[in-house]
Design a binder for this molecule. Sequence first.
Ligand code: ADP
Ligand code: MG
Length: 503
Amino acid sequence: MNAPTNFDLDALKADLSAKSRELFIGGKYVPAASGETIDVVNPATGQSFATAAAGGEEDINRAVAAARKAFDGGWPQTSPAQRARLMLKLADLIEANADELAFTETLDNGMPLMMAKMGAVGAAAEQLRYNAGWATKITGETITPSFPGEWQCMTLRQPVGVVGAIVPWNFPFAMAVSKLAAALAAGCTIVLKPAEQTPLTAALLGRLIGEAGFPEGVVNIVTGYGHSAGAALAAHPDVNKVSFTGSTAIGKEIIRASTGNLKRVTLELGGKSPTVIFGDADLSKAIPSAAMGIFGNSGQVCAAGSRLFAHESVFEQVVEGISAMAQNLKVGSGLSPETQMGPLVSDKQQERVLSYIESGGSEGASVAVGGGTVTPEGCEGGYFVQPTVLTGTVSGMKVVEEEIFGPVLCAMRFGDDDIDMIAKSANASDYGLSSSIWTENITSALKLARRLEAGNVRINGVGGGVDPALPLGGFKQSGWGRECGRAGVEAYTELKTVSIGLG
Ligand code: ADP
Ligand code: MG
């Protein structure tokens, strides 16, 4: 997949601009009931290059009805082995179409092409393969009851029903497919709502789902705006569960919308994740990892390490090292092979990130590197922000408290190796998604790992994104529930206790 490609980009662009991408409902591509469309913009240039259907409430109603029909029509009773085969077939089809999907993802989202190939297409295929394995391994338990009497008791895990999957724009394809994968393994049917900023790769997925041979209505894809299609899906009385990834503010909206039928909700929300570097850390690994932990995908990563805590003995060296990397980072269009950091997804996101940097300045932070926009060659009109490091940041500042979702690091120092004090600083956030620790002292690392209020802790680890086998999710306002791993599949099931009296 990483071999040099002779992919015909002009043909793809012509194809994307020729025809608005339609909704995929009940196994067929159809326009939105309103006939309205969304303009799709290339964030590296600011130019619109395609359109996608703007689905609304009526389309969501049709899609939910199709998903319900497929659920009642026998999808949950399909043998697990058959579900697994379809999922494996879809994974192969995704890889067979890797170039088309990756180039489309880069045009739509802006991410570097290599990231689109691995982080979008490769990751999606692996999510399907991993979860295909679970389809045949979802089990209940047999339990001996605690009260007297002769009983044979067991639990069954059954699919929760029709699932609404609402995904964001930062990893559009991987997020969409990872939700599908776990839901399909569990025997659910799905209505997927991609983000309005990045509808294209999900829209292309419908064709592959058809080719793989999934029954009509098992997967439905409704592109559209959050306030219309998204809100209609979250509130729909016949949707049994919503799995949402996005901002904490909208996550709270989803909870409110779910109350009508008390649908199940899992939320993967924002973060303000700490990177803690002790004085004894291997800086040759910690520095590049901390840099890519905030500049990767232009900082538009929910688990981005946006707050750095470095021991004062290494603080200057760490900030200089990260700043040097920031300065040397090749910022540009995701389509140029040498690009390491692409644009932000939209003009709105660019403005938002710049206004955070400005607010940091007015609250007393200093800019160690970056701090403004940049226009790489051939990218006039693109939404670029320089990789930025702020020092002199303290808790209470907006840049330290709030999720920026851009390439902006707040660097802070600690003077004392007291684990409780370090944990207190690292935990001083409404969020609790991820974290990383750098030290050669395994005792300090494990003590701190136990105290961090975060769903994920990475110790001395370079690279590595979302792994389909490892549970992912947040403490506090970073969310509800977990995705990936066994927990991720079980989140698409209901647990039923069956007791048989033998007396
Ligand atoms: P951001 O603010 O970074 O765009 P959002 O949380 O707004 O992140 O968006 C994540 C996803 O949620 C997108 O698919 C978006 O369309 C959708 N969304 C936005 N508002 C709502 C809403 N009120 N109800 C349901 N979905 C929504
Ligand atoms: Mg929004």
